[in-house]
Design a protein around this ligand. Structure first.
Ligand SMILES: [Zn+2]
Length: 63
């Protein structure tokens, strides 16, 4: 359950920043080219959040 909380906190942090990639405003989710809500936030959006950048591991299930 801690993992779920971390995911929620992570999304909350990311959504405080505007997205440089798709132009999503703070508090909004990322959207793809066709306006469809993206499955995950664009990398550029959380690259400037050190804690998230360091903690992001795309293959964390492979360990
Ligand atoms: Zn975006």
């Amino acid at each position: 359950m801690d993992g779920d909380l971390e995911e929620i906190a992570r999304a909350d942090l990311i959504e405080r920043e505007p997205c440089p990639r798709c132009g999503a405003s703070p508090g909004s989710v990322c959207r793809g080219n066709s306006g469809v809500v993206a499955v995950d936030h664009h990398t550029g959006r959380y690259a400037k959040i050190p804690a998230l950048k360091a903690g992001t591991s795309p293959d964390k299930s492979a360990s």
